[in-house]
Design a protein around this ligand. Structure first.
Ligand code: KG4
Ligand code: ZN
Length: 332
């Protein structure tokens, strides 16, 4: 009989719980989004996020267990995101996970959120080849790695300033389109062409990324041309982001000839990025590994998968662990 674990994710603005078995099958995945709460502020307000996590976490956990048809007695472990993220938000998940683990007499596993995203490719297909050229593009991070095995990564390059998701969110906020910026800019972009030719920052600078200058170029253009169509701005901005992301992946595929490309993190929900990545994979004869669209953004199922990998590699965490807001990925 397969073993089950309960995973929690509260690092930012989603309260999430999932039950994942040791074959990495997702038995349930519940995500309660706080987007409406933060939308009016154009970004996540940390204190509101923590309070909303406190209000919803027990319901979210109950639903995840109910939908999996499981109780505490059926579980082998409790997993939780330990960082990076907002300290108060992380604390709610960690305190909940530790209390449940104590009550049910179970081990607890702290999981790096970034390892969770990198493990999200298993949510689409459980036969995953290595090594992979793995692009992690979220609200908080933008990095190109090589995944050598679960939990073993080599850093190729990362952003020197903003992440690509952050640039999406800042541009959307500037245009008065609310938060998060990704889905709304993608929708607008679908109705226009790249006519404005924004800069492609650091296109020829190896594996390093930069998105802050692109955001400023968008803002300056809109200030100088207040009548410009928003769809045109969105399409031109998205095209510039995608050209940069794809150029870096292409460079890595040329250098390493890895059999797979992985694209993870909230921006992997972008239909434009998904289509461009498919074309790139076909060109290099590589397999495209990408989570299902709704599992690209934060969820607990990916934390559950990464937790099984962690348990196999190094066992449960020391129960004294706390939130690590600036936790980084460990590189081999
Ligand atoms: O992974 P995630 O949920 O949270 C972090 O770990 O940061 O990523 C959130 C980011 C936001 O910046 C959001 O604008 C972006 O992912 N995003 C998208 C799309 N959906 C969410 N970006 C582009 N296209 C989308 N459809
Ligand atoms: Zn995330």
């Amino acid at each position: 009989m397969s073993r089950l674990l309960l995973a929690l994710e509260t690092s930012c603005d989603e309260t999430a719980a999932a039950v994942v078995d040791d074959d990495l099958a997702v038995r349930s995945s519940v995500v309660s989004s706080q987007v409406d709460l933060h939308a009016a502020f154009g970004g996540v307000v940390p204190e509101l996020a923590s309070r909303a996590h406190i209000d919803t976490i027990t319901q979210v956990v109950s639903r995840a267990l109910d939908e999996a048809g499981a109780t505490g007695g059926d579980l082998a472990a409790v997993a939780v995101t330990s960082g990076p993220g907002l300290v108060g938000a992380l604390l709610v998940g960690i305190a909940t996970a530790k209390s449940l683990a104590l009550g049910w007499d179970l081990p607890v596993v702290g999981v790096n959120h970034l390892e969770g995203h990198l493990a999200s490719v298993y949510l689409a297909d459980r036969s995953v080849p290595f090594p992979q050229v793995a692009l992690l593009v979220s609200g908080g991070h933008c990095m190109l790695t090589r995944a050598l095995a679960p939990g073993h990564y080599e850093l190729l390059g990362e952003t020197v300033d903003d992440s690509v998701g952050e640039a999406y969110d800042k541009v959307a906020r500037f245009l008065g389109l609310g938060y998060p910026g990704g889905p709304v800019l993608d929708r607008l972009a679908a109705g226009a062409e790249d006519t404005l030719g924004f800069p492609r920052p650091m296109l020829a600078d190896g594996y390093a990324f930069s998105f802050s200058g692109l955001k400023t170029a968008v803002v300056n253009h809109v200030r100088a041309h207040p009548d410009v169509r928003q769809a045109e701005v969105a399409a031109s901005f998205v095209a510039a982001c995608m050209d940069v992301l794809c150029a870096k992946m292409r460079l890595a595929l040329e250098e390493y000839a890895d059999p797979a490309i992985a694209i993870v993190g909230g921006v992997a929900a972008s239909p434009v990025l998904r289509a461009r990545a498919e074309a790139l994979a076909a060109e290099f004869g590589a397999r495209l590994l990408i989570p299902p669209q709704r599992m690209a953004t934060d969820n607990a199922a990916m934390i559950g998968v990464a937790a099984w990998h962690r348990l196999a590699a190094s066992g449960p965490s020391d129960p004294g662990f706390g939130p690590e807001p600036d936790l980084r990925l460990r590189f081999s």
